[in-house]
Design a protein around this ligand. Sequence first.
Ligand code: RP5
Length: 165
Amino acid sequence: MADNKPEVAVIMGSASDWETMKHACEMLDQFEVPYMKQVISAHRTPELMGEFAHNARANGLKVIIAGAGGAAHLPGMVAAQTTLPVIGVPVRSHALSGWDSLLSIVQMPGGIPVATTAVGNSGATNAGLLAVSILSATDERLAKALQDYRDSLKEKVAESNAQLV
Ligand code: RP5
């Protein structure tokens, strides 16, 4: 749900991360949360990253989802420059299957938190859901929508028994 007043930013180090990060956007679309999406590279566009992070709260953002692969410093470097919650998504890399991305993002030294998800598509999906969950602390509509979503997962499990033939 692209909007003039996004509450969530979905940023990624490269357009090559989009195939993964689109799953976060799909969840935000599903819950009708306004968001923006942008390629911001920690090493190719460090000034843009700093400007984005420094202005994020003043620009009305409430949660930042940052996906990156390899030496994945984008989530940590953004978290270092904003007090907004940052969710890091480790994108699966070619060389090390995402181990490098995961360890780069998850091992933040104490003081600057990054909430790290699983590697890849599931992680991006959960990043979208976690952003919704954070917003739901002060948004009744989202709290109810999340409960409905959980109930639908429960129903799917019950229905899946019919496949055991
Ligand atoms: C990181 O390097 C990006 O997050 C991406 O996952 C990885 C490879 O980038 P490209 O070479 O595909 O642009 O910065």
